[in-house]
Design a protein. Structure first.
Ligand code: CAA
Length: 292
């Protein structure tokens, strides 16, 4: 199976990163958003991201132009009909994703491989909305997609072996290192990362250390690029809370249960960097100050 044309559904944070990555890797790429406004916003974030890479000297101006030529945007799902693979990155909501896949199933040729970028929902549950279960899998990229080297390639019990191998090759071809994962809550990374992020909050609730000290300890003690509170603020506390809730529902284990403080921050609308406040106050994004 050869992949020539890539479709991406959703041009938000993850979708724009995936579309950018595919176009940079040489694929003809078409990305779909539901409104022209959202599409413009997504496409301009890709242009900015590429410009930043050129500025940093990690990409030439010509490569940037070539990537932009390979990329197109649409508001019509039908324009993804002849794609060889379609990667879904719409909001993390089972109803919205299933509706998207039902429509894609009609719009796309029978050979098109469907992939979801979900970080927490069951690939099997999404697959069941289509008539092509054997051509369905998970491709879980990490934020920020253009910089993060990993993609989890997630198979269900019915994913076709050749389709799975094609997806692993696709991951490599877009410059990522693919890892093989089975369809269980959180796959590999979030299965380990979410309990760690929640434990950091519990440690803070118990007074073990301040937000700044826990972050410094994990950064310097373990060589992590950022501490758990900073990472939580980057991911979005609403997202961590949502993933934890789904994982707790799947495993019924305490380590996945969202701590009370996380729930209260989410209820207060303090989602982290994107809302300006979470565990840190991001009024000055280059110099965040602990907010609790
Ligand atoms: N989310 C969003 N943006 C991030 C980010 C993250 N997790 N981490 C870093 N960035 C942004 C930075 O804010 C910075 O943006 P600006 O240029 O606009 O200031 C840009 O990426 C570059 O960051 P650095 O200055 O740190 O550059 P670097 O080249 O030294 O390192 C990096 C880049 C490799 C991404 C490093 O910052 C890093 O490792 N960050 C942690 C990323 C991480 O852990 N991601 C996983 C999130 S978990 C997830 O995605 C799974 C899920 O399902 C929830």
């Amino acid at each position: 199976m050869e992949i020539k044309k890539v479709g991406v559904v959703g041009c938000g944070l993850m979708g724009s990163g995936i579309a950018q990555t595919a176009a940079v890797a040489g694929y003809e790429t078409v990305v779909r958003e539901i409104t022209a406004d959202l599409l413009d916003k997504g496409l301009s974030s890709i242009e900015k991201s590429l410009a930043k890479l050129v500025e940093k000297g990690t990409m030439s101006g010509e490569d940037r132009q070539a990537a932009l030529r390979r990329l197109s945007g649409t508001v019509r799902l039908e324009d993804l009909g002849d794609c060889d693979i379609v990667i879904e990155a719409v909001s993390e909501n089972i109803e919205v994703k299933n509706q998207t896949f039902r429509e894609l199933d009609v719009a796309c040729k029978p050979e098109t491989i469907f992939a979801s970028n979900t970080s927490s929902l069951s690939i099997t549950q999404l697959m069941a909305a289509t008539h092509r279960p054997e051509r369905f899998l998970g491709l879980h990229f990490f934020n920020p997609v253009p910089l993060m080297k990993l993609v989890e390639v997630v198979r269900t019990i019915v994913t076709d072996r050749d389709v799975y191998e094609t997806a692993l090759q696709f991951g490599l071809s877009v410059g990522k290192t693919p890892v093989r994962a089975r369809d269980t809550g959180g796959f590999i990374v979030n299965r380990l990362l979410i309990p760690y992020l929640l434990d950091a909050i519990r440690a803070f609730e118990e007074g073990i250390g301040s937000i700044a000290d826990v972050d410094t300890a994990m950064k310097l003690g373990c060589g992590y690029p950022m501490g758990p509170f900073t990472l939580n603020d980057f991911i979005g506390l609403d997202t961590t809370y949502y993933i934890a809730t789904i994982m707790f529902d799947e495993f019924k284990e305490k380590r996945f249960a969202p701590p009370p403080l996380l729930k209260r921050l989410v209820l207060a609308g303090h989602y982290g960097k994107k809302t300006g406040k979470g565990f840190y106050d991001w009024s000055d994004p280059k110099n965040p100050k602990p907010a609790l």
